[in-house]
Design a protein around this ligand. Sequence first.
Ligand SMILES: Cc1cc2nc3c(=O)[nH]c(=O)nc-3n(C[C@H](O)[C@H](O)[C@H](O)COP(=O)(O)OP(=O)(O)OC[C@H]3O[C@@H](n4cnc5c(N)ncnc54)[C@H](O)[C@@H]3O)c2cc1C
Ligand SMILES: NC(=O)c1ccc[n+]([C@@H]2O[C@H](COP(=O)([O-])OP(=O)(O)OC[C@H]3O[C@@H](n4cnc5c(N)ncnc54)[C@H](OP(=O)(O)O)[C@@H]3O)[C@@H](O)[C@H]2O)c1
Length: 273
Amino acid sequence: MSDNIQTVTVLSKTTWTPHLFSFTVTRPDSFKFTAGQFVRLGVNPSKLKHYQQLSEDLDAEPIDEDIFRAYSIVSSPFDETLEFFSIVIPDGAFTSQLQYLQVGDELLLNTTPFGFLTLARYQQPLPKDLWLLATGTGLAPFLSMLQDIQTWQDYEHIVLAYSARTVEELAYVDKIKQLQEDFGTLADNPAQLIFIPIVTREPIEGALTERLPKLLLDGSLQDEAGVDLDADNAHIMLCGNPEMVEDTKETLKSMGFIMNRRGEGNIAVENYW
Ligand SMILES: Cc1cc2nc3c(=O)[nH]c(=O)nc-3n(C[C@H](O)[C@H](O)[C@H](O)COP(=O)(O)OP(=O)(O)OC[C@H]3O[C@@H](n4cnc5c(N)ncnc54)[C@H](O)[C@@H]3O)c2cc1C
Ligand SMILES: NC(=O)c1ccc[n+]([C@@H]2O[C@H](COP(=O)([O-])OP(=O)(O)OC[C@H]3O[C@@H](n4cnc5c(N)ncnc54)[C@H](OP(=O)(O)O)[C@@H]3O)[C@@H](O)[C@H]2O)c1
């Protein structure tokens, strides 16, 4: 096993829907990361308790190889454990196995953190507003940022817009509300977190229902936030579905925003596939 791959143990699992779950694992002492980064996680299906429990009933041997995928870290850089938020793709090599994870199972963690969807990429002076736009599990890096006090100290308004197909798939809503309370009421904290849930495939009271590019273009996202969106005042991060990232990026460019390069510019993005 390569030097930077370590074994971690599953400590807890939360099932949100049949296709969405979260889990925590032990954090190796030496592993450091910046909020917004991702790691490569590995699973060897044959070592999962699930298969050991089923072994007598199995027609075929489970796969005995390490399968790795990129995963954003949900937890804060200061947490003692590492949390992840996962989709289940029934015919996906990794998540069709990972879905069976149980407390006590072991995973592999490549302890090199990757990625530039971090607030450190932006140069000073910072604008007053931070817009975090996510679809599905693309919420993960933003949850990490929102648990880092620095984010709250750096911006005046933090707008988190989170789009899912159904209300059931809007995971972490209680956690987001808790963060609003915990960080938003700290005496030395100037920031306000504005949370905007978006549900696109069922009618719902209290949530927007259109896709992000349309909401930005017709101004309803800005109206809902109660915050103006203009190129002088905003950093904007996009994460999740690559089509959303592409469409939203193009929409923002048509509105006068520019891609962030070498510290300058508004928009930073991360595609999940
Ligand atoms: C930088 C980065 C960070 C990532 N972070 C996360 C994360 O925090 N949580 C997470 O669940 N996935 C994340 N992914 C995706 C992840 O790496 C895998 O693609 C995912 O676990 C599915 O693996 P799979 O082998 O089952 O299917 P794959 O063969 O990898 O994917 C099959 C198809 O499933 C769809 N798909 C893949 N991932 C997702 C997803 N997250 N949401 C919706 N549809 C998807 C796409 O259509 C893709 O073509 C990230 C990817 C990248 C590049
Ligand atoms: N969600 C499930 O129950 C489920 C179940 C089994 C498998 N899967 C698989 O998981 C993957 C998708 O999962 P998901 O539901 O997490 O992700 P998703 O399809 O990316 O949907 C999440 C949110 O992103 C929005 N979106 C998609 N494309 C967009 C675009 N171009 N611009 C703006 N917004 C956009 C969706 O709106 P729209 O609703 O308008 O698309 C939805 O609100 C697919 O491979 C799917 O087959 C999902």
